[in-house]
Design a binder for this molecule. Structure first.
Ligand SMILES: [Zn+2]
Length: 256
């Protein structure tokens, strides 16, 4: 689409379909971490959430009805990571599927002896390359309360979307050049390895032990804390905080 046409359409969407004042105020009150920025940035987040709602297709699983409150809650949190990067980072998918509660997924893996093991995994969210983002509403709705533990399912899944923009999820999002990529890999790997050692030693950590599963989970889990418990992340992982600050071009700890 031509740039001027895109801008014109966006202006029209913002004029016609702006999130109502009362609903936006309610959303900020429920999810206090959305307001940890300047008034101008919060206003821009509202505009981005409006454009996100116009562009994405929400559907409720198993007959779940998605009302405006739910859609705005998801859109506002989803736009947080791309506030400075731009909504284009999300143009690789259309669908947002909302389940009432966590989903049990059937998984299997083959061990070294060739034996197939089947197990169930409880998912509160899932992101697939080019596919829909799945979220459990219960976890989304709890995001105000669970922020203190650095937990946020929407940020987690949408950071996977950013990570997958260059193909496989590997903990390395698209970066401007090779030097930036090398610097990213160095810091992330060092932080990830040190974190795994702490988990192996059964230490208490700010980040959920799930972050030790893989570099891409470490990136997603650390990003949750970056946006909803930024001071805690900065205190426990100063290098990681700076890495994420550079990537997201935001400094939430300065305002929280
Ligand atoms: Zn994940």
């Amino acid at each position: 689409m031509r740039a001027w046409l895109k801008r014109w359409r966006e202006k029209r969407t913002l004029a016609r379909r702006a999130i109502p004042d009362a609903l936006w105020a309610l959303t900020l009150a429920r999810f206090h971490f959305l307001s940890w920025r300047s008034a101008a940035d919060v206003a821009r987040l509202r505009d981005m959430a409006t454009l996100f709602l116009a562009d994405k297709e929400f559907s409720g699983a198993h007959g779940l009805a998605i009302d405006d409150e739910m859609a705005v809650a998801i859109a506002a949190q989803a736009c947080l990571p791309v506030l400075e990067l731009g909504l284009d980072w999300y143009d690789g998918f259309k669908g947002v599927v909302v389940h009432a509660d966590a989903v049990l997924a059937q998984r299997e893996f083959v061990d070294a002896a060739g034996v197939v093991h089947e197990y169930e995994e409880e998912l509160s969210g899932e992101a697939m390359h080019g596919g829909p983002v799945m979220l459990a509403w219960r976890d989304v709705a709890d995001a105000g309360d669970s922020a203190g533990e650095g937990y946020n399912v929407v940020v987690h899944e949408f950071v996977h979307v950013l990570d997958m923009r260059d193909g496989t999820p590997d903990g390395v999002p698209p970066l401007p050049d090779r030097a930036a990529r090398a610097a990213w890999v160095e810091v992330l790997k060092a932080e990830y390895d040190a974190f795994r050692e702490r988990i192996d030693a059964a230490e208490d950590t700010l980040l959920d032990p799930y972050a030790a599963e893989a570099p891409e989970e470490f990136f997603a889990v650390a990003s949750e804390a970056f946006f909803v418990a930024p001071r805690d992340l900065r205190a426990e992982h100063p290098r990681l905080y700076e890495l994420l600050r550079g990537f997201f071009r935001q400094n939430p700890a300065a305002h929280s």
